[in-house]
Design a protein around this ligand. Structure first.
Ligand code: GUN
Ligand code: ZN
Length: 437
C-alpha cells in the first residue's frame, strides 16, 4: 500500500489555548512531516523523524513554507441554500418565506439536488472545509444526493433531511409520519456507511407541529448515538411566534427540552437571546450552541455572547459555523474574522490560537468526532488543509512585518479566504478542485 509523506509547517491543537503564550495547547513543527496511509495519519512530528518511517516508495509532497492544519469543520450549514446566499433586505422569518422556502422547493427534483450537492462539496473543500454538519431540504432525495456525493468523496459529513410540517409552503412540507419514515429510511441507508453520519433534523419549533416534535424525540430515543440539529433563539420575532405556538413552554429552549431533544449530540444553531435558565439547560444537558457570526450579522439577528457562554459557572459547549445561505461566506477564515468582531462588540477578544482551535479541534469536540478528525494526531483521519499566508499581494505585504505564528494566523483569519487555501486532503487524497458549474 503506497503512502504519502507531506512536509510543511504543521499546527494542531491539544487543548483550548487560554492565552496567546499557552504553548502547551498546540503542537507546532517548523519543519513538520505527516505520513499518511489508508486515509489516516500514521506518523506526525518533526520531518526528519517522520521521514525515517516512510518507505522509499512513499509519495513525497513538499508544502513548505505553507502551514498544514487539520481541515476546517463547519458545524451548521444549509446545502440547498447556495442560490439563497446574498438575498437582500429581510430579517429571519421574512427571509425564510421570501427567499429560502421557495428555493428549497426546487429540491423535490432529485437531479437539482444532485447538482447542488456536488457544487456545494466542491465549494466547501475549495475553502478548506473537510467536514460539515449540513441541513438538507425536506425532500428525502436531497439527503440521498448529499450523502451519495459525500460518500463518493470519502468525506466525513453529518447531515439530515429537515423535518417540517407547518408554517411553510406545501412544496417544503412533510407530515409527522412521512418525516419520521423518511428519516428512519435515511438512517438505515446512510448512517455509518463509510464516513457518513446522520443527524435528526427538525428545522425549528415554528415549522414543526407538536406531533412532529414528538416524532423527532422518538427518533432520538430510538437512535441514541445520532446527532440532532435545529435552530434556537435566533431572532425576537421567531421567539415570540414560538411562544404563541407552544404557550405552555417556559421559554424557547423548554420546547426542545420537553420533547427530549437536548443532549451531548444536540446542536443548536444561533442561541443569541438565551436567558440564564436556558443557558443552564443547555449546559446541564451538554448541548452545543453554534455560533454563526456572518449569518447573525447579515440577518440582523444579534450578537452571540461567546465569552460569556465559555466563562459562566455552567459553561456551554460551543461550535462555529458559516450558516450559508443566511451566512455570507463559505470560508471558516471569513467566519472567524466576523466572529472576532462580534466578540469585540461584547468587549472581549478571541486570540488567533483560540480561533484556529475553534475551526479545527474545538468544532470536532463540539460535534463529538474528535477521535477521528480535528487534529493531526497519529491514528486520525488525514483531513488536512494547506494554508498560504502570502496568497494575495496585500497578504504578502502584511506578512513582511509579521514576526510570530500568532500574527500569521491572525493575518490569515483577517485577510484570508479561499485564495489562501493551497491544497486540501480528504482522507489522504488531494481534493481541491474548482467548482465546475
Ligand atoms: N431557522 C429556521 N430555518 C433557518 C434557516 O434556514 N436559516 C437560518 N439562519 N435560520 C433558520
Ligand atoms: Zn441554519
Amino acid at each position: 500500500m503506497t503512502s504519502t509523506l507531506l512536509r510543511g509547517r504543521t499546527l494542531s491543537f491539544v487543548s483550548w489555548p487560554e492565552t496567546i503564550d499557552d504553548h502547551s495547547a498546540w503542537r507546532y513543527e517548523e519543519d513538520g512531516g505527516l505520513l499518511i496511509r489508508d486515509g489516516r495519519i500514521i506518523a506526525a512530528g518533526a520531518y526528519t523523524q517522520v521521514e525515517k518511517q516512510a518507505g522509499e516508495a512513499a509519495k513525497r509532497i513538499d508544502h513548505r513554507p505553507h502551514l498544514l492544519l487539520p481541515g476546517f469543520i463547519d458545524a451548521h450549514v444549509h446545502f440547498p441554500q447556495m442560490q439563497v446566499i446574498a438575498s437582500y433586505g429581510a430579517e429571519l422569518l421574512d427571509w425564510l418565506n421570501t427567499f429560502t422556502f421557495p428555493e428549497e422547493t426546487k429540491f423535490s427534483n432529485a437531479q437539482h439536488g444532485r447538482r447542488i450537492a456536488r457544487l456545494f462539496l466542491d465549494e466547501m473543500v475549495r475553502h478548506g472545509t473537510t467536514t460539515v454538519a449540513a441541513y438538507c431540504s425536506v425532500h428525502k432525495a436531497s439527503a440521498e444526493a448529499f450523502f451519495a456525493e459525500s460518500h463518493d468523496r470519502n468525506m466525513l459529513n453529518i447531515a439530515g433531511k429537515v423535518m417540517m410540517d407547518r408554517n411553510a409552503p406545501d412544496g417544503v412540507l412533510d407530515t409527522p409520519q412521512s418525516g419520521y419514515d423518511d428519516s428512519k429510511a435515511l438512517i438505515a441507508q446512510w448512517h455509518g456507511k463509510g464516513r457518513q453520519l446522520y443527524a435528526i433534523t427538525p428545522r425549528f419549533a415554528i415549522t414543526s407541529s407538536p406531533q412532529q416534535m414528538e416524532m423527532a424525540g422518538a427518533l432520538c430515543r430510538e437512535h441514541p448515538g445520532l446527532h440532532m440539529q435545529t435552530h434556537l433563539s435566533e431572532n425576537h420575532a421567531e421567539i415570540a411566534f414560538t411562544r404563541e405556538l407552544y404557550p405552555w413552554s417556559r421559554d424557547y429552549t423548554d420546547v426542545y427540552e420537553h420533547y427530549g431533544l437536548l443532549g451531548k449530540k444536540s446542536l443548536f444553531g444561533h442561541c443569541i437571546h438565551l436567558s440564564e435558565r436556558e443557558a443552564d439547560a443547555l449546559s446541564d444537558s451538554g448541548s452545543v450552541a453554534v455560533f454563526c457570526p456572518t449569518s447573525n450579522l447579515f440577518l440582523g439577528s444579534g450578537l452571540f455572547d461567546y465569552q460569556r457562554f465559555r466563562r459562566r459557572d455552567k459553561p456551554i459547549r460551543i461550535a462555529a459555523a458559516t450558516d450559508v445561505g443566511g451566512g455570507t461566506n463559505y470560508s471558516m477564515l471569513r467566519t472567524m474574522d466576523e466572529g472576532y468582531k462580534v466578540i469585540a462588540q461584547n468587549g472581549e477578544k478571541l486570540n488567533p490560537f483560540q480561533s484556529f482551535w475553534q475551526m479545527t479541534r474545538g468544532n470536532a469536540e463540539a460535534l463529538s468526532v474528535a477521535e477521528k478528525i480535528g487534529t493531526l494526531d497519529e491514528g486520525t483521519d488525514a483531513d488536512i488543509v494547506v494554508l498560504d499566508a502570502r496568497a494575495t499581494p496585500a497578504m504578502r505585504l502584511r506578512m513582511e512585518t509579521a514576526e510570530t505564528l500568532a500574527q500569521e494566523l491572525f493575518l490569515l483569519q483577517t485577510l484570508g479566504d479561499d485564495r489562501a487555501v493551497r491544497e486540501v486532503y480528504v482522507a489522504g487524497r488531494a481534493a481541491k478542485t474548482d467548482m465546475a458549474i
